[in-house]
Design a binder for this molecule. Structure first.
Ligand SMILES: Cc1cc2nc3c(=O)[nH]c(=O)nc-3n(C[C@H](O)[C@H](O)[C@H](O)COP(=O)(O)OP(=O)(O)OC[C@H]3O[C@@H](n4cnc5c(N)ncnc54)[C@H](O)[C@@H]3O)c2cc1C
Length: 474
């Protein structure tokens, strides 16, 4: 999957004003993309932003582990070329996916070997802060914190700005824009804003496998070397160790600095992990993985345990609206929020912003009338990238007992997962380094997934079906 954002051969003069609703990951990255085309980009957020990397009210999920996939890092670097360098300079770690990460799947621990596929690891507040800092240094981008957007303004079928409320003074006013971008996250109100203006709301699909998180920052002993820099053992279902809990798993990895790690415990199918330290330690002990027990014994909890329950996959189909206003686009979680356990959200936000840049390169100018058709073209193009993440995320969740699929509020029978094939695929790729690395490049969204459906892989798995099945069920 290519995320590179080619520059225009002859950059045209930047003109006009764009407004972005939300100054989090998707909003800041969209602003960086827009700044290549618009003279002025105003980013509105109802929150106040911290001066240093820190938690904030508008991003309560920032307390939980956030993996930035290699494809996300690549897309961010294409929009903010200093991102990786700055993050590492400020304390983030570069980890080799195949050497530094211990990753357990149904077929056992995945292979580990020195490899070139690298990710940048840090806490969510750190990643978001670094992105906002760099975007804020771009000429033309201005952040306006403590400003809530109340709705969209419309004239002649075109969005012409937003109505806002200043959260400090309570004063309400209108702001004009040639293009408005909604990046206000999972709880975006854009579908009701559209309805208020007489447009249809998007069809909404949700898939809820009732996952829950409990997360805590922990201190590890100075010089601690467990033989990995990150470990992930998801709930393994029938592949769980004998006597181990099938619906429980956890992740741990180094955060910026050296002796602070994040420890996120996951439970699927409504088996939610608790919020107190003693309860959480007891819960983790039932996973049944000795390497986890040894690591957790070294952890000193240094923050309150935070819980998270809204892990529903939610897709709002803005690509196929029967009617839409011009000059209004949406990206990030506002369009597609995935079950976070698959670690795709920040990466999709970055890929969405790259897509916006690409679509804007194809319009003759940023004059409001020249943007006609952009909204539909962008949402359709974005949908193409969303579908792979959506099928990965929901495909896994359809295997979880009790999963609920709803379309526009109506319960639907959930499709049968392709469990037998996907388990064997994991066993297949784990057998040789080259294939495993290629597979990881695909799940890290830097390689197109097409090869996985190709004859070479499918026939090899079918030819070895029984043998691979034994690997899964050992
Ligand atoms: C528990 C959890 C764990 C996750 N783990 C991962 C992971 O490992 N890897 C990964 O890539 N992704 C992960 N994600 C997903 C990731 O956090 C999001 O996909 C990503 O942050 C993109 O979000 P966003 O910018 O679209 O929205 P958000 O980060 O939700 O930001 C929305 C912003 O809009 C502002 N806002 C909202 N409404 C208004 C309004 N009316 N007016 C003004 N401002 C407004 C809010 O204050 C906020 O700043 C996780 C999510 C959760 C919930």
């Amino acid at each position: 999957m290519s995320t590179s954002s080619a520059q225009q051969e002859t950059p045209r003069e930047r003109s006009g004003r764009a407004i972005v609703i939300g100054g989090s990951m998707a909003g800041s990255l969209a602003a960086a993309a827009l700044s290549r085309h618009f003279a002025e980009v105003t980013v509105l957020d109802r929150d106040a932003f911290p001066e240093k990397p820190d938690h904030r009210k508008g991003v309560p999920h920032g307390h939980h582990f956030h993996a930035l996939l290699a494809g996300g890092r690549e897309a961010i670097d294409s929009l903010l070329p200093d991102f990786s360098r700055r993050a590492v300079e400020d304390g983030a770690h570069t980890l080799s996916v195949t050497a530094d990460v211990r990753y357990r799947q149904r077929c056992g621990w995945m292979p580990r070997f020195p490899g070139a596929l690298e990710v940048v690891m840090a806490s969510r507040p750190f990643i978001e802060w670094t992105v906002r800092e760099l975007a804020g240094q771009i000429d033309g981008i201005h952040y306006r914190p403590r400003t809530s957007v109340l709705g969209l303004r419309l004239a002649d079928g075109r969005v012409t700005g937003v109505s806002v409320k200043d959260e400090q003074s309570g004063a309400e006013s209108d702001l004009d824009a040639d293009l408005v971008v909604d990046a206000s996250g999972r709880n975006s109100k854009a579908s009701s804003w559209l309805r208020e203006l007489g447009y249809p709301s998007p069809s909404e699909t949700t898939v809820n496998a009732h996952w829950g998180y409990s997360s805590v920052f922990v201190r590890v002993p100075k010089g601690w070397d467990p033989g990995f820099r990150a470990m992930y053992t998801p709930p393994l279902g029938e592949g769980a160790p004998e006597g181990g809990a099938r619906t429980r798993g956890c992740a741990m990895w180094v955060q910026e600095g050296e002796d602070r790690w994040i420890f996120t415990v996951q439970g699927a199918a409504g088996d939610y992990p608790p919020r107190d330290e003693a309860g959480l330690r007891a819960y983790v002990a039932t996973i049944g993985v000795a390497e986890v027990d040894a690591a957790v014994a070294e952890f000193e909890f240094i923050s309150p345990v935070q819980v998270w329950r809204d892990t529903t996959n939610r897709l709002r189909d803005y690509a196929n609206l029967a009617m839409r206003p011009e000059n209004f686009v949406l990206l990030g979680d506002s369009v597609a929020a995935f079950n976070p356990v698959y670690g795709q959200g920040m990466t999709m936000a970055a890929i969405s912003a790259v897509t916006l840049d690409r679509e804007l390169q194809n319009v003759p100018s940023t004059r409001p009338d020249a943007l006609a058709g952009l909204a539909e073209r962008f949402q359709k193009s974005l949908d193409g990238s969303i579908q792979f993440c959506w099928s990965t995320s929901t495909g896994q969740d359809y295997r979880v007992p009790g999963v609920e699929l709803m379309v526009d509020g109506q319960a639907q029978p959930s499709p049968a997962g392709e469990a037998e094939f996907s388990d064997r695929l994991l066993a297949f790729v784990s057998r040789d380094r080259e294939t495993y690395e290629k597979f990881m490049e695909t799940t890290q969204l830097i390689r197109s997934p097409e090869w996985l459906a190709g004859d070479e892989v499918v026939s090899a798995i079918q030819a070895d079906w029984d043998e691979l099945g034994k690997l899964v069920l050992r």
